[in-house]
Design a protein around this ligand. Structure first.
Ligand SMILES: Cc1cc2nc3c(=O)[nH]c(=O)nc-3n(C[C@H](O)[C@H](O)[C@H](O)COP(=O)(O)O)c2cc1C
Length: 431
């Protein structure tokens, strides 16, 4: 079915990677299923307590009776328990196949504890982005078999990480190159205006990395490059593998699979969004981010300037202090002014009116359909569409993600949801 393998941590994997998606979108079920199909499945480590009602209850009963620092410590402690449970459950689904990775964002205040917990719980790899992972080798000391995978966006970042890590006697086991003009979630550029810069093009990054590897005496296959952002067709997978990438990573397409750990309405919002429903904005973490223009985001963006004018240092609303630097808590007027943890948790629960729904910019392989991981991976690797709706799917794909009966249904649904959005409630089809 596939003649090119991605070799990581001594394992031979299919070259399709499922990217980490927080909060809770990629937990044990999604990551475990991808690994079961011999891919790398990634659990996003941030705030996994939301999948565990017993852990949420432990925190709920503290509000009003405990100091902020006690609540923060308790949230961090239950999140480590949740991560442990999720890694173990994912491994059990994987049944010894593939790899289970844990994604940790450098920008998160508990990143060091999350990395250590992931290693202790049996993660095969740590994938770190949202900041330069310069200290990842030290954080994983004592776990030499855990693969280390930075997420970067241009060759300058690759060169910096390679040089710094080589001084410590370690090389990354792979590097994810994420394109800020296409990917979902937080993006690897400093400003929204920079997202489309030429230095992020996969062609350019691959070419420049060849030169950097040669200059540093690193064999091309020693640190495989995995390209991420905007991949949604088999032909793209073939193309980038032929161009020298060792694998591709997808986020949005996995977020809408049957096995994704998100609420069904989360998947519907992503699957039904059209290009004009997707927007870039500046997150509280100070990075550009991409998401669906649902009612909350539309309203927030209309008030962003006014909220920024009122920015002031305040206590974290949730007592969590999830980020090392937060625009809302720290009163940084030029960046986001909302509680990202609250908004992402609402999205995970399918709260269409209030949540923040991260999404990549590009169409989805199966249009609006929610299909199993196995079908997605088969399509990406072989070009084979699922048997049942193949006719319709082929029509949609030929039209670049639109066309035919499905397109009419999509237009009707989005008209409906737009009307509902202006009335304050974003409606999605319920299955
Ligand atoms: C809903 C969602 C949440 C995401 N959360 C994270 C995250 O917590 N950490 C991270 O490194 N990347 C995150 N990403 C980025 C993905 O891992 C992936 O690299 C990216 O979405 C690839 O682009 P694509 O969506 O066009 O396939 C997220 C993406 C989405 C769509």
């Amino acid at each position: 079915m596939n003649e090119q393998w991605l070799t990581l941590a001594g394992r031979r994997l299919v070259p399709v990677v499922q990217g980490g998606m927080g909060i809770g979108i990629s937990a044990h079920r999604l990551a475990g299923t991808v690994a079961k199909h011999n891919g790398m499945g990634t659990i996003a480590s941030i705030d996994l307590r939301h999948h565990h009602p017993d852990l949420l209850a432990r925190i709920d009963c503290m509000h009003g009776s405990h100091a902020a620092h006690e609540i923060k410590a308790a949230i961090e402690a239950v999140n480590l328990i949740a991560l442990d449970r999720e890694v173990r459950a994912a491994r059990s689904i994987a049944g010894g196949n593939g790899l289970i990775a844990v994604n940790v964002m450098k920008a998160v205040s508990a990143h060091a504890a999350l990395v250590r917990q992931a290693c202790e719980s049996g993660a095969d790899a740590i994938v770190m982005g949202a900041g330069l992972p310069l200290d990842l080798p030290e954080l994983t000391a004592g776990y030499p078999h855990v693969a280390l995978i930075p997420i970067l966006s241009d060759s300058r970042g690759v060169s910096l990480v390679l040089r710094k890590w080589m001084k410590k006697g370690r090389l990354p086991d792979a590097i994810v190159i994420e394109h800020p003009a296409h990917a979902g979630g937080h993006l690897g550029a400093s400003r929204i205006e920079d997202l489309g810069e030429a230095r992020f093009s996969f062609d350019r990054v691959l070419d420049e990395c060849r030169e950097i590897y040669a200059a540093l005496g690193i064999e091309w296959t020693r640190v495989p490059l995995i390209v991420a952002g905007g991949i949604h067709r088999h032909e793209q997978v073939r193309h980038w593998l032929d161009k020298g990438a060792a694998g591709v990573q997808l986020g949005t397409a996995f977020a809408v699979t049957e096995e994704s750990d998100a609420h069904p309405d989360f998947k519907e919002v992503l699957a039904r969004a059209r290009p004009e429903d997707i927007a870039e904005f500046t997150s509280v973490a100070g990075l550009p981010a991409r998401a669906v223009l649902t009612p909350w985001l539309t309203k927030y963006l209309s008030r962003e300037t006014a909220l920024q004018a009122k920015a002031k240092v305040r206590q974290c609303l949730e007592g969590f202090d999830c980020l090392q630097a937060c625009g809302l808590r720290d009163g940084v007027a030029r960046i986001g002014q909302f509680c990202i943890d609250l908004k992402l948790a609402q999205a995970l629960r399918g709260d269409v009116a209030r949540g923040l729904f991260f999404r990549g910019r590009d169409p989805l392989p199966f249009g609006e359909r929610i299909r199993p991981v196995a079908e997605l991976m088969r399509y990406l690797l072989t070009g084979e569409l699922p048997a049942e709706p193949a006719g319709e799917l082929a029509g949609e794909l030929a039209g670049g993600g639109g066309g035919g009966v499905a397109d009419e249904a999509r237009s009707a649904a989005m008209r409906l949801s737009k009307n509902a959005a202006s009335a304050g409630s974003f409606t999605v089809r319920s299955n």
